[in-house]
Design a protein around this ligand. Structure first.
Ligand SMILES: [Zn+2]
Length: 93
């Protein structure tokens, strides 16, 4: 098992723009550029590339679906205040 790298906010210098397939809004998720390459050039699993993102943020990177639409789609994964409480994976790779 590889140790999880510590990432400081300044290292997340690359903005991934994800267009939501449902509402067409663009969500920007900041990641480290090297991790972005791992994901999109080498197709590594998103949870390995971006361990520092929240699950909903990773979901946005994987499927493009924005945080608001995720709340509608996966309502069971959120509490009444809109905090993510889901325990299972939301989506396919
Ligand atoms: Zn949306």
């Amino acid at each position: 098992m590889e140790k999880i790298r510590k990432i400081i906010p300044e290292e997340r210098n690359y903005t991934v723009k994800c267009e939501c397939s449902m509402c067409k809004n663009t969500t920007e998720v900041k990641v480290r550029y090297g991790d972005y390459l791992l994901r999109f050039a080498m197709n590594k699993p998103a949870q390995d590339c971006f361990p520092y993102l929240s699950v909903p943020e990773r979901e946005t990177i994987i499927s493009g679906i924005c945080l608001d639409c995720q709340k509608k789609l996966f309502a069971n994964n959120y509490d009444k205040k809109g905090n993510w409480i889901g325990a299972c994976r939301l989506a396919m790779q």
